[in-house]
Design a protein around this ligand. Structure first.
Ligand SMILES: *Cc1c(COP(=O)(O)O)cnc(C)c1O
Length: 412
């Protein structure tokens, strides 16, 4: 083999010659997928380069945790998906949420979270944030006046989520943002460094996925996204992202992300890059199938109510109509009150194509039964036994037939 460096390694042992092998492939390889680069250590040609390189503006590489060509490419594509200018990747959607909290909250601050938020994010606030002296309050996302009433001088971060978890209410994002804007207007007069004192807004965009609506257009400061769901689409990888349009916010996020040692593996980034190209097509077909199944379920006699933002009597339907194109792959069903929780469980067990499992936006349809009384701070009106369906990529008629055969458990 040709020795391109001219290094003379004769006399060195085999293990040394394998590790320090001098062959380099030609540099101009180009293909549709970006390359998968794996590294902890990144090599420098000399000490001066080692001291000068800066990874923060993506102009160079210093260490695997600070970025590789593969993670830089994925960050830039996620930023494009969200309409953002900056992105950091985290090991899961939940860690993206927790990162935002850790970057911007300090002891004595208050965080406001919608009552129908993704549960584990709320759990992080109630356990870790509380232990760190950060107060967590929960607001009714369907009542902007409730949000306004809960904002105090300590409020630093307001989370938004559209649609809500399981019950899929679609909030009036414009009105909620207006509440925060007017609270910030009142604060601006009182402080010189507004950046340190203003209320920041963060939105969990996993449901909209960058396809259904554009959170930054509402003035949201930060967007978190479980790339585990739509961007991957494969049910085979866990990842999250935090994006922003603001340089200063991004700098804070990036530095805390670095100090916490959060990073993602190259193979995981590759899987998300692979899924990302088809995100819009998958979103649309799963959306169409989900809407069809939700409409069909509404007609079944065991069913009391279907939650799906595209259904006219689903909470917040008018805001969904105003703001969104598409309603994702989720719908939830409350069964008629005379049906027992045992019957609802038996219905879930009877399903053959809808498998029992958490997560969504993958190829396989899934369901999870919930007791809504254990899920909300506010009182839950109506039947508490709710099944959330996540529609996969199977043929819609097969899924309908599966629901139909399983609904027979309510006849007995
Ligand atoms: C799944 C999900 C998350 C968390 O993502 P993980 O990668 O599973 O940690 C956060 N928010 C929403 C809305 C989700 O659906």
């Amino acid at each position: 083999m040709e020795d391109v460096t001219g290094d003379d390694d004769t006399g060195r042992a085999l293990s040394t010659r394998l590790v320090h092998h001098s062959y380099r492939p030609p540099q101009d390889f180009d293909a549709v997928p970006p390359g998968v680069f794996k590294a902890s250590t990144v090599l420098f040609p000399n000490v001066s380069a080692m001291r000068q390189r800066d990874w923060r503006d993506k102009s160079a590489y210093t260490y695997g945790l600070h970025g590789t060509p593969t993670t830089f490419v994925l960050e830039e594509r996620i930023a494009t998906l969200e309409g953002a200018s900056h992105c950091v990747l985290t090991p899961s959607g939940l860690s993206a949420i927790a990162l935002v909290d850790q970057v911007f909250l300090r002891s004595g601050d208050q965080i406001l979270i919608p009552d129908n938020a993704y549960g584990p994010g709320l759990a992080f606030a109630r356990a870790e944030l509380k232990a760190w002296g950060i107060e967590c309050d929960v607001y009714d996302p369907m009542d902007p006046a409730d949000l306004a009433a809960r904002i105090t001088s300590a409020t630093r971060l307001v989370w938004l989520e559209a649609a809500g978890s399981v019950s899929l209410e679609f909030p009036d994002l414009h009105a909620l943002m207006e509440v925060v804007r007017s609270a910030n207007k009142a604060r601006k007069g009182q402080t010189s460094d507004s950046f340190e004192r203003l209320i920041l807004t963060a939105l969990d965009n996993t449901w909209g996925a960058g396809v259904a609506f554009a959170p930054f257009d509402y003035g949201v400061d930060i967007v978190a996204h479980a790339l585990t769901k739509y961007p991957s689409g494969g049910a085979d990888v866990l990842m999250g992202s935090v994006t922003t349009r603001d340089d200063r916010l991004h700098h804070n996020i990036l530095m805390t992300h670095m100090r916490l040692g959060l990073g993602v593996g190259a193979n995981d980034a590759e899987l998300v890059l692979r899924g990302l190209s088809s995100i819009e097509a998958r979103y649309q077909i799963q959306d169409a199938h989900t809407h069809e199944l939700a409409l069909w379920m509404q007609e079944q006699k065991a069913v009391a109510k279907v939650f799906h933002p595209a259904m006219p009597d689903s909470p917040g339907h008018a805001f969904w109509t105003r703001d969104c194109r598409g309603a994702a792959a989720l719908f939830s069903v409350a069964f008629a009150p005379h049906h027992s929780s045992e019957q609802v469980d038996a219905f879930c067990d009877a399903l053959k194509l809808f498998r029992l499992g958490y997560s969504w936006a993958g190829p396989m349809s899934l369901c999870v039964p919930y007791d809504m009384r254990q899920m909300r701070c506010r009182e839950w009106s109506g039947s508490p036994y709710v099944v959330r369906f996540a529609v996969g990529l199977e043929a819609v008629d097969d899924l309908k037939a599966d629901l139909q055969q399983a609904l027979q458990v309510f006849d007995t």
